[in-house]
Design a protein around this ligand. Sequence first.
Ligand SMILES: Cc1cc2nc3c(=O)[nH]c(=O)nc-3n(C[C@H](O)[C@H](O)[C@H](O)COP(=O)(O)O)c2cc1C
Length: 379
Amino acid sequence: MIISSSADYRAAAQQFLPPFLFHYIDGGAYAEQTLRRNVDDFAAVALRQRVLKDMSQLDTSIELFGEKLSIPVALSPVGLTGMYRRRGEVQAARAADRHGIPFTMSSVSVCPIEEVAPKIQRPMWFQLYVLKDRGFMQNALERAQAAGCTTLVFTVDMPVPGARYRDAHSGMSGPNAPLRRYWQAVTHPRWAVDVGLLGRPHDLGNISAYRGSPTGLADYMGYLSANFDPSISWKDLEWIRAFWKGPMVIKGILDPEDAKDAVRFGADGIIVSNHGGRQLDGVLSSARALPAIADAVKGQIKILADSGIRNGLDVVRAIALGADCAMIGRAYIYALAAAGEAGVKHLLELLEKEMRVAMTLTSVARVADISGDLLVREA
Ligand SMILES: Cc1cc2nc3c(=O)[nH]c(=O)nc-3n(C[C@H](O)[C@H](O)[C@H](O)COP(=O)(O)O)c2cc1C
């Protein structure tokens, strides 16, 4: 299969993965309106082509939270990454590290923090959900800090899980799910060998480390649905702010008023995100939410954005719409499932090339010069 874009990686991932895992990654909440809009709204942003300005010296790097990033991109936290490729968190983190960008580990990863952190040079970012089990939260924060994680990504758009219709159809949940998953594994032998046999233990590494006993896929669903906490409010985050020594970033902001609250709270950054269209279907896409949020808080707090970013043009678009840095979820997960660490590294190279073309043809030499001026204003 010829791979020249993230769309190709998606097709390759679909061939490799058992359907319950492909659709778990690929799908969104309810009728998937927001999932589609995320991608379509970025794609619809028209850039102003400018020419003949000597673009021979381009610099795609940025500084963020005291770190240098080779491109303004970080990998978003994705749960169960080790189920998509053998020890997937390690492979994705290595690829990000080699490209000079941060990897964010999900709290519901397969590999535990301690397995991944020593395999990379740069400090890992760590993501935490608000869970009823505050003992787990405290334990995870302590372990993340001990392993040298710097930036904490605190996800706040999951006080309740969104319903994902595809999961019931694919075998991720629904009737006879274990039997259907078993059959799908048997009929996808490359995955069965790489992950099923050689990728063990299929654990929720961080939760098992806390509980002191192994946890599997059924525990994942059970633990999460029993532990989401709808009572959460800004006040509950204060002990975390006090406890965590490094930058704290709030993930799941879509409204300028919440962005202002994050500034008042003392967060270092926000991630404009609708969880990749996996939570409340019908909310704004990140592309459409960004400009008003940037108007409200730009310069007071770092603005990161994910949900719908599939290529280097989208990275430039996100920054032109007001972000300081982009993040990607599915784009790198498809590449990881298709080709492991090498796939993620190749995807990041593609993103960088696409960014360079976009910067050259919009005549901006540095990321700091990407602004709303790049956008075509419709009359
Ligand atoms: C399979 C999958 C699992 C995810 N797990 C998490 C998670 O554990 N924690 C979290 O904060 N976000 C999680 N997300 C959301 C991503 O961090 C990110 O917001 C989203 O993927 C961005 O949209 P994109 O996939 O269009 O790039 C997950 C997304 C996917 C696709």
